[in-house]
Design a protein around this ligand. Structure first.
Ligand code: G6P
Length: 369
């Protein structure tokens, strides 16, 4: 087993560190930055359909559902197609309105999650086109789908999903760009610049991983907390949700992810000197607004941990701890900002003596309802 862990203490840590490579594997043969071209074999068959669809419905569970929320931002922003993101378990029992014009994207690492499978079976019966984004080749969901794309992240052993999530987000990014190109909602020069930057994301993830020591120090400071709040705006919101999920899954600390602006409608009541609040506070369109949310937390003596863009000075004046990630276009924020949150949860769980790779009560794949 030591060999399988490649010298790392846990599979989860190994998988976190594999991300520069797994994302490169996921993009291989799919992006051509110089030509400004995305090539996704699996999607070809329904390019024509894509031009006429009214909306996309994404169904998934757990971490894959968070990837779906990131996909919603990306597809709406670049391809201008309305997207709804549904918990598979709710969708399947809601008698949802589905027509032949709908495309349903199922996201699943294992490709075996019972609720996700049932959701697409129902959508298929009602005439929708099913598209699968899965990691495990030949699993049930890819077999049930009309078309699909594999994430190629390699086997994920740790129960808490890490590299599979970033690979799902990478595929959704590629799909958003591809659909934007087909629909003509993006200029060729913009696409070239985005793809060129996407090509460098694995290197930037490598740099984000180098903050590990600082993250470990932060983990030591907050490891005994009973609660933790994660806040972000825009595509930083699903990142906050995923950060909170990771923490509760493996460290058993109660954690909540929230859109930063919604804090005042509830979670703000929880804030005191005991409460760590993790902010996604990178320099993007919501930066100024996030800063004012940080001020609100500081005014109530909360402990602020901020994920910031390298070289940031504003947030550093206010936050108790800052963790830097490389600068990048807003489109790639989720891929980068997720990395320090994975490491933060990992170190906290290790320091609390938890079973990181096999947390209590959780299964890698939930094949029963
Ligand atoms: C379980 C796993 C999660 C995963 C979820 C959905 O809860 O512990 O890590 O996100 O199932 O699994 P899937 O294989 O469909 O992505």
């Amino acid at each position: 087993e030591m060999l399988e862990k490649g010298g790392f203490d846990h599979f989860m840590l190994k998988e976190i560190y594999e991300q520069p490579r797994s994302i490169r594997d996921c993009m291989r043969g799919r992006i051509y930055p110089e030509e400004g071209k995305v090539q996704l074999g699996g999607i070809k068959e329904f390019v024509e359909k894509l031009k006429n669809i009214d909306r996309i419905i994404i169904v998934a569970c757990g971490t894959s559902w968070h990837a779906g929320l990131v996909g919603e931002y990306l597809i709406e922003e670049y391809a201008r197609i309305p997207v709804e993101v549904e918990y598979a378990s709710e969708f399947r029992y809601r008698n949802p309105i589905i027509t032949e014009k709908d495309v349903v994207i199922a996201i699943s690492q294992s490709g075996e999650t019972a609720d996700t499978m049932a959701a697409i079976e129902m959508a298929k019966e009602r005439g929708a086109t099913i598209f699968g984004i899965c990691n495990v080749a030949g699993a049930s969901i890819p077999r049930l789908s009309h078309a699909g794309v594999y994430t190629h992240a390699g086997p994920e052993i740790g129960v808490a999903s890490t590299k599979a999530f970033t690979a799902q987000v990478t595929v959704l990014t590629l799909m958003a760009f591809y659909m934007a190109q087909q629909k003509g909602t993006i200029t060729q020069s913009k696409l070239i610049s985005l793809l060129t930057e996407l090509d460098s994301i694995p290197d930037k993830i490598q740099i984000a991983l180098e903050s590990n020591d600082i993250i470990k120090e932060v983990a030591a400071k907050i490891k005994d907390s009973r609660n933790c709040l994660f806040l972000g705006r825009g595509s930083g919101f699903p990142v906050a949700l995923e950060g909170a999920l990771k923490l509760k899954e493996i460290s058993y600390i109660h954690a909540e992810g929230y859109p930063a602006a919604e804090m005042k409608h509830g979670p703000i009541a929880l804030i005191d000197e005991e409460m760590p609040v993790v902010f996604i506070a990178t320099q993007n369109s919501s930066y100024e607004k996030v800063i004012s949310n940080i001020q609100e937390v500081k005014a109530r003596k909360g402990k602020v941990i901020a994920i910031v863009t390298k070289g940031d000075t504003e947030v550093k004046k206010m936050a108790d701890y800052c963790i830097e990630i490389p600068d990048a276009d807003e489109a790639f924020l989720p891929l980068l900002a997720t990395i320090p949150l994975q490491l933060l949860s990992y170190h906290i769980a290790v320091m609390r003596g938890c079973n990181v790779d096999q947390p209590r009560n959780l299964a890698k794949s939930v094949t029963v309802e």
